[in-house]
Design a protein around this ligand. Sequence first.
Ligand code: ZN
Length: 135
Amino acid sequence: MKLASDARELVQRRAQGACEYCRFPQSTSILPHQVDHIIGRQHRGSDGVDNLCLCCIRCNLKKGPNIASIDPVTSAIVPLYHPRRQSWGEHFSVGSDGTMHGVTAEGRATMHLLDMNDEGRVRLRALLLRRGWHP
Ligand SMILES: [Zn+2]
């Protein structure tokens, strides 16, 4: 099923062009950011805009159809961060060196699953921070 173009536009505008998981702006990627079903269709997630977010290709490929993962600190199974229902700043923080930190179990599990601190991403995030381009 194809999403309506007005839904895509709303998702992109609402996210201000940045991935709603890693916060990388569209300008950092050759491939366009994608509209992601936060709760995948296979889990009966809807096509409604409350279940959609803007997602970079790297986060989208890592997330896949997952809706939960393991918190690396407690080993508990926890739901992934939900961009529509939760606040990014309450679940993640970013150090001046470009390293992201999970503040909550959901934040840590999402970071781990989406591999948000791989070497390339940390280096890019640090560069964006120095230039004031990382939201
Ligand atoms: Zn991302």
